[in-house]
Design a binder for this molecule. Structure first.
Ligand code: TYD
Length: 135
């Protein structure tokens, strides 16, 4: 199921001292982790993304607050996901156009990636994306 976007529930260790969640590569998420970045201090009304990756798979978690992720596979299928829990995340396969918006105050989006940063992996032009996605 590596080419299907899906919400993945993570393990939760509930504790009166505070809860804990875990991600292990290749088991809790379907890829080997090469990179982690996070998005924070997003001003109200701003959006992020607006691109696809040729080879990168991602897993995105709302570590704090909430936001929406709009996915578009290039074949007319669009899905909107609302993330607001730190014990679940969205798996995004490669070759999916994504936009992130509706960030709440103090939202933190943690993005786990299957590749190191590579500018050439980005498709930032939507027409080019639909063309490459239909191949
Ligand atoms: P970008 O991936 O376009 O952010 P988003 O999809 O959240 O809107 O990246 C924004 C900038 O950050 C861009 O100039 C490249 C830089 N960047 C890195 O240097 N390394 C990274 O791993 C990432 C994700 C971005």
């Amino acid at each position: 199921m590596r080419n299907t976007a899906k919400i993945i529930d993570l393990k939760k260790v509930l504790d009166a001292r505070g809860n804990l969640s875990i991600i292990e590569e290749c088991s809790d998420i379907p890829f080997k982790i090469e990179r982690v970045h996070w998005i924070y201090d997003v001003p109200g009304g701003e959006s992020r993304g607006g691109h696809a990756y040729r080879n990168t798979e991602e897993f995105i978690i709302a570590l704090s607050g909430s936001f929406d992720i709009l996915l578009d596979s290039g074949d007319g299928k669009k899905q909107r996901f609302y993330l607001n829990r730190s014990y679940m995340g969205l798996y995004v396969p490669k070759m999916v156009w994504r936009e992130m918006d509706n960030f709440s105050t103090n939202a933190i989006a943690m993005v786990i990636s299957s590749t190191l940063y590579d500018l050439d992996d980005y498709i930032r032009n939507y027409e080019l994306f639909t063309k490459e996605a239909s191949k």
